[in-house]
Design a binder for this molecule. Structure first.
Ligand SMILES: Cc1ncc(COP(=O)(O)O)c(C=O)c1O
Length: 397
């Protein structure tokens, strides 16, 4: 029975695409004052590694104020929400978090989800009726693809960041079905490439084409903008989704939008209606994290300075994709070479996991370096020295 399970696993192995979890313990030392951060290390099998694969971009994980808020939230509002948001699960902690996000992003309404995956998947499924056209950037995250193709909308993909092709697709589709609703979907910062969408152009195209604009800001929130508010500072975005599990360093997600979209989602988004609301303690901790993010510009500045230093110190030893974010993709190509590079770095005490298809396209396997506010100048120097050292060996294989 189900013979295909072992057959497909064997094939994964042959293709160097087999995936495994690793038990990893983050070395999260206590931070006591506002400007201090612990080191960015992980312990695996009794050995310590310098971590360059973390999404805790602002180094807020284990911040004492967020931990205190979690405890306070648990004491005041409980760890468990006890029900879905529409039955008994919506508390003052959730409302307070929604309010701070609305003010931060200058949006009338906001609603909370248990994960970014669930938010993208649920919202796009709810919005996609038969008379809708969805336009997705080619590099959209798996949760966007799940939501769009799981809906009744007609889904079209445009080449990564290619506004010209998107415009042509929309114009042609409009001639065929002039009454269809249109939704452009993109990411603010792309998760595996680290580059940005041109939000201003997408927003003005959306206005011209009478379309809504949906942006997944998972990797921009906290990291970009004077108060860390991500892409929404660049132009009008109708619907913004972002996860709390990366720069915000808690867990869950939000969708910010106008009143009508909000009411529609509360009434028709199955992921929202039929899921236990996020933990109120987590909502309270998340609010504390956003308060820190709004005021602690030094964390964003540090990422920018270290990123510049990384690009310079790499000295073109590998191809790096252009980026203004925390994410720097070193594209190596084959799965085998990328795994080898990751393994060689591991031997030198660096944790940098190989990203392979189907997460990225064939022959675009890569090392996805993330630079965080708790890296030091010396960490960047050590990483780039090691990369230079292995580069010829990898290229000559
Ligand atoms: C672009 C993007 N969107 C959505 C998600 C899903 O968010 P979450 O981890 O909260 O489910 C991720 C990553 O996990 C992501 O990279």
């Amino acid at each position: 029975m189900f013979d295909f399970l072992s057959q497909r696993l064997a094939l994964q192995n042959t293709l160097h695409r087999f995936r495994q979890r690793t038990l990893l313990s983050h070395v999260v030392g206590k931070t006591t004052d506002e400007n201090s951060v612990s080191n960015n290390y992980v312990d695996v099998d009794g050995k310590r590694y310098l971590n360059f694969s973390s999404n805790d971009y602002l180094a807020l994980n284990n911040h004492h104020k967020i931990n205190q808020a979690l405890q306070q939230g648990a004491d005041k509002y409980g760890l468990c929400s006890t029900g879905s948001s529409l039955i008994s699960g919506y508390s003052y902690a959730h409302q307070a978090l929604e309010e701070i996000i609305c003010t931060w992003l200058n949006k009338p309404k906001c609603l909370l989800f248990n994960s970014g995956f669930s938010a993208n998947s649920g919202v796009l499924q709810a919005l996609g009726e038969t008379h809708c056209n969805f336009y997705l950037d080619k590099l959209s995250h798996a949760s966007i693809i799940n939501g769009a193709y799981g809906s009744k909308a007609q889904v079209k993909r445009f080449l990564h960041n290619d506004i010209g092709q998107l415009t042509r697709l929309m114009t042609t589709a409009k001639k065929k079905s002039p009454d269809n609703e249109q939704l452009i979907v993109s990411e603010g910062v792309f998760s595996m490439d680290g580059d940005q969408a041109n939000i201003a152009q997408l927003s003005s195209l959306a206005r011209q084409q009478n379309s809504l604009l949906y942006i997944d800001d998972a990797h921009s929130i906290g990291v970009l903008g004077a108060q860390g508010q991500g892409s929404c500072r660049l132009a009008n975005i109708d619907i913004t989704m972002a996860t709390f599990g990366k720069a915000i360093a808690t867990s869950g997600a939000f969708v910010a939008c106008d009143e009508t979209v909000f009411e529609y989602l509360v009434n028709f988004c199955r992921d929202y209606i039929y899921s236990t609301a996020m933990s109120p303690a987590m909502a309270w901790a998340t609010k504390a994290s956003i308060e820190l993010i709004q005021t602690q510009q030094w964390r964003r500045d540090k990422i920018a300075v270290l990123s510049q230093s990384f690009i310079k110190k790499m000295d073109n030893c590998f191809e790096i994709l252009p980026s203004n974010s925390s994410i720097h993709a070193i594209v190596i190509g084959s799965e085998e070479k990328t795994l080898l590079a990751s393994q060689m770095l591991k031997q030198k005490g660096i944790w940098l996991t190989a990203i392979r298809p189907p997460t990225v396209t064939n022959n675009k396997s890569r090392l996805r370096v993330t630079i965080c506010a708790n890296h030091k100048d010396n960490d960047i120097k050590y990483l780039t020295d090691c990369l230079k050292e292995i580069s010829q060996k990898i290229k000559n294989r």
